[in-house]
Design a protein around this ligand. Structure first.
Ligand code: AMP
Length: 482
């Protein structure tokens, strides 16, 4: 983390206040390079991995540059997975909370119609996966004429997943006068090509310290027979005794099987892979992020780009099939200044893949012996104690922001011809309340949601029980979900 302060970027008070609530005191390395460049309207190509604070690196200048008065989308952010899209939307909403920036996330396996309605309303930023975004663009449900900013997040992964044609098709629909930011942990040829083709003399930013170095991560390799892997894992879990750990498997079947076996031992674990319904995937990630269980078993796709704080271990139960995945997987640990450990299992036959990975990362992964019987026996008591202790749930980083916010439900919306200004006009007239205390407003057909900031929720709720909006007395109560 650098010692400069966010103050030096002359950000507006609304953005500074949100950063303060999020506990961001100093910009991270990537932020201190990206924020000033983007504020000066430069295209940037950034080599950095998740965990470096890269979402805020584009989120902060986007929040700053977005014009609140404009109702149509000004920024488009492409992400490879739905989980990441949802997370980026949340991060941007948090950063833009006091400026009332409205962000929408659109992705597949989720109602197209609901997204269409959301995109029709005031919406500053749209985050999404390429397939569904293109779908909206082609059906003209995502207006692009006011678009000024494009972020291609995790570009390497997006291309790995075969999204190149969709990404290019999306870019071709966008106004040429725009600022483009491209983020990638690795820079294979097709990512370079994308940058060459669609960006204007971009500034290249490489964050070395948080790249694929050994700086924050202890790497280890254990050679094992395929059929001994599970017993090796049991021993490693005992000797390493991780507080939180992702185990990667190559296929969904392997994930299912490994989770079944760990659950059979009574270990608190859950799984995530692309074959599971989206809602379940989100629920698992949220519980893992809050520390509700220790072990997450995952395929590469599902765990990509997800920000989980303080994960102590990554175990490559199956070797990744390509060298880039090794960097992505192990990058899940050793984040934000804390050390992590990455243990990889490989069979004798896989030594050529290891050689390729080592060539790519630029160092040999130290080979270690499997834990001995003695080591396992010695570590067992501490492990059992840990596994039997219910973990303390972690606080959500946006808690301080959301604590002061109450979302109100009103039983009137478009059908009753209500608009956001009607709510602002009415609520800002309540004694002790000003327009500054009103957050994001969402008008639906039959109802509306209004966020009340700065702890004024109860006051507004009470007052609105007896105050009309555009001559109509509406039913009002606290919304069920924030
Ligand atoms: P990301 O690389 O976007 O996944 O971010 C990694 C983590 O760092 C997230 O939990 C962010 O909330 C957090 N973070 C981002 N910027 C800062 C900052 N300037 N100070 C402290 N934490 C930050």
């Amino acid at each position: 983390m650098s010692k400069t302060s966010f103050k030096s970027y002359r950000l507006s008070g609304d953005i500074m206040k949100a950063l303060d609530h999020l506990g961001y005191k100093h910009p991270t390395a990537v932020q201190s390079e990206v924020i000033p460049a983007v504020l000066k309207k430069r295209d940037v190509i950034v080599k950095s991995r998740t965990g470096s604070g890269k979402t805020a690196a584009f989120g902060i200048p986007l929040g700053e540059l977005t014009e609140w008065e404009e109702n149509r989308p000004q920024a488009l952010i492409l992400t490879p997975t739905r989980e990441l899209a949802a997370q980026v939307k949340e991060d941007l909403t948090n950063i833009g909370r006091y400026k009332r920036i409205k962000a929408a996330a659109v992705y597949g396996k989720s109602s197209f119609e609901r997204q269409k309605t959301e995109l029709k309303q005031k919406c500053h930023v749209v985050v999404g996966t390429p397939g569904r975004l293109l779908d909206h663009i082609e059906k003209r449900t995502l207006p692009l004429e006011k678009l000024k900013y494009l972020v291609i997040d995790e570009a390497d992964e997006m291309l790995n997943m075969g999204f190149i044609d969709q990404v290019e098709a999306i870019i071709r629909h966008l106004p040429e006068e725009r600022l483009t930011m491209l983020f990638s942990a690795t820079f294979p040829e097709d990512v370079e090509h994308l940058a060459d083709q669609y960006m204007k003399s971009p500034l290249k930013i490489e964050i070395k310290a948080s790249g694929m170095t050994t700086a924050d991560i202890d790497h280890a390799l254990i050679i094992v027979n395929e059929h001994d892997k599970f017993s090796l894992l049991r021993d490693v879990l005992i000797t390493e005794n991780p507080d939180s750990c992702i185990m990667f498997c190559r296929t969904q079947e392997h994930v299912n099987e490994l989770q079944r076996r760990l659950a059979g031992l009574g270990y608190p674990s859950a799984k995530i892979h692309g074959g599971m319904p989206q809602e379940e995937r989100f629920a698992v990630m949220n519980r893992f992020r809050r520390g509700a269980f220790r072990y997450l078993i995952a395929t590469d796709v599902a765990a990509r780009g997800i920000d989980i704080e303080n994960m102590t271990h990554v175990i490559n139960y199956d070797l990744p099939l390509d060298k880039e995945s090794y960097v992505h997987r192990t990058g899940r640990t050793g984040r934000a200044g804390s050390r992590g450990k990455a243990v990889t299992f490989a069979t004798q036959h896989e030594k050529n893949i290891i050689a390729e990975i080592e060539d790519y990362i630029g160092f040999a992964i130290p080979v270690i012996e499997a834990p001995s019987k003695g080591e396992v026996a010695q570590a067992k008591a501490a492990f059992q104690k840990n596994i039997n202790t219910k973990p303390e749930l972690k606080k959500d980083k946006s808690e301080s922001l959301t604590q002061e916010i109450m979302k109100l439900y009103f039983n009137g919306g478009k059908k009753k011809k209500l608009r956001a200004v009607d709510f602002v006009g009415t609520i800002a007239k309540i004694d002790g309340v000003s327009a500054e205390d009103i957050g994001i407003i969402t008008i639906q057909e039959q109802c509306s949601f209004v966020e009340i900031l700065n702890g004024k929720g109860p006051l507004v709720l009470n007052a609105m029980k007896e105050t009309t909006v555009k001559g109509k007395l509406l039913k009002v109560h606290k919304a069920r979900k924030n």
